[in-house]
Design a protein. Sequence first.
Length: 193
Amino acid sequence: MTEWSRVKWSQAQQVLTVLGEAGDPGDDVGAPPQAYFDALVRAGRLHQAVQFLAQALPRHEAVAWAARSVNRLQAVRGGNSPGAQENADALKAALLWVQDPSEPRRRKAFAAAELCRDTTGERLAAMAAFFSGGSIAPPDCQPVTAPRDAAGRFAAGAILVAAGGGPSAIEALHVCLADGAELAARGLGGPAA
């Protein structure tokens, strides 16, 4: 098991506080985030594990995890659904922001997300990019800071929506969680600690 070098929290309770949660009875909230996450996965609490990891990761990595997971799951899902082009554009905007987390790309991610017809993983990944930092107000207005948990909540939502439901969702979430744990350990292209 590789240490989570990209996660700066020392206790799971710190992450749970950002989420506004206390953990379930019997949870070791004083444990390091990695140990708490591993316990969630072992217990089959996959939705909670996604939400926990999305908050534990730095925002850039959380958005990267969401966008890459949605991209992978979308490729497996395939098909042409209504709004497919808008969804593809939103995902592309999120992935481009991950490559270059600049203000213009962050704003483009928001514009692309706004064009999506439904709440899709693609739209939520683009919203995660937009809420990752900077002002969420229009450029010509006084700056408004996003809530601290917003990017992580959108990132988790993107993964959970893209995974869908049923037995195939469990397998999809396990793959996504493994990818997220890898990002927690290595970051975006960095060597393991």
